[in-house]
Write a protein that binds this ligand. Sequence first.
Ligand code: ADP
Ligand code: MG
Length: 419
Amino acid sequence: MSSVEFVEAMSLGAQGEGASQAAELFRKTFGSDPLGVWSAPGRVNLIGEHTDYNAGLCLPIALPHRTFLAMKPREDDQVRLVSSFGSGEPETASLDGLQAGGVSGWTAYPVGVAWALRQAGFDQVSGFDGAFISCVPVGSGLSSSAAMTCSTALALDEAYGLGFGGSDEGRLTLIAAAIQSENDMAGASTGGMDQSASMRCQAGNAIELDCRPGLSALESVKQVPFDLASQGLELLVLDTQAPHQLNDGQYAARRNSCEDAAKALGVENLRVVADQVAAAQDQQQALEEVLDRLSDPTQRKRVRHVITEIGRVGEFIQAFGSGDIKRAGELFNASHNSLRDDYEVTVPELDTAVDVARANGAYGARMTGGGFGGSIIALVDKGRSKPLAELIAQEFERKGFHQPRALAALASSSAQREA
Ligand code: ADP
Ligand code: MG
């Protein structure tokens, strides 16, 4: 049996693989030099899943794996784009008179960012030529879409002199455009965690992201040290490569269920009740009381996941920060079980991978990202990632699943200019 592929990250900087390959693709496609190359990372969420659209908490790190965009602005409203991931042929769109949903396919993501910036009143943003190179696995729950929209937002910011990219506060404007592009142009509903992670994470840190609307940069993000090496640990990210199921409808159904529950409970969002439960003397009883007010059993399960998952974010930060890795692992496990049993967003590949990890020495393991396929993470001792990935692959083969692939996750830096 072949061994599991570990997807390597491309090297950074003006001479790095990412910048050179993106610039090369640009030159080959458009016949001139790009103005520059910008990059943005994919992310992996440590804990706090399906909480962002409930104004909750989550804890992503940026991956070393990034999307690189070589770009040059144009005088007109045309956008011409090429990606190493696509057919290799450039695709075109026009920003003139563009409406929400007016572009289909992958180019909707970058074109949508320019459209969203113009919608926000930045009329100086106009057309551009762009070439994308990426090592972020696509559609694996590791946010290749945000890596694409955020690299585009940063490139447009600099090329058109908007001046938001240089500060954490300014980046909120670019994040909003990236979110709007995914939601309204690509039609892929997103709660905002991915774009914030790609734009705001720092190397060596996770961000504790508070997704309540209207918070300032300072209020919405706390940098949380996430140094695996000093604790003798590794974080295995394993992409199950499970064929994506009908996840669009399922994601929307989960969101609707949460919104309906918030209405039934008379609160703006489920964060409000999560905070009430967290503040109670007897949290278990407070949770039961909230759930008792909901008549629909499915809705009760969804709400139980959201409330307990928001609570686990702070607990995980506390446990990991104080070196209680056993407890941190238990919280990973509790998160996965809740996503499997209450939120019902796992698939057999995710559950199998998690089970194998737990049975083979992981402190804890959980699915990460939206679910219905995608990736798991497992917290393991240094040196255990590779053998564990092999064991999971063997079990996948036995069950007739696709061959998985893996990534080594180190907390990396946010979107930046490369060249
Ligand atoms: P995820 O963000 O978890 O990878 P999504 O379904 O949100 O999964 O986004 C994947 C989509 O983003 C792809 O189907 C494609 O349309 C677009 N995409 C992401 N990265 C690239 C890329 N490098 N080249 C072309 N399209 C990309
Ligand atoms: Mg995505």
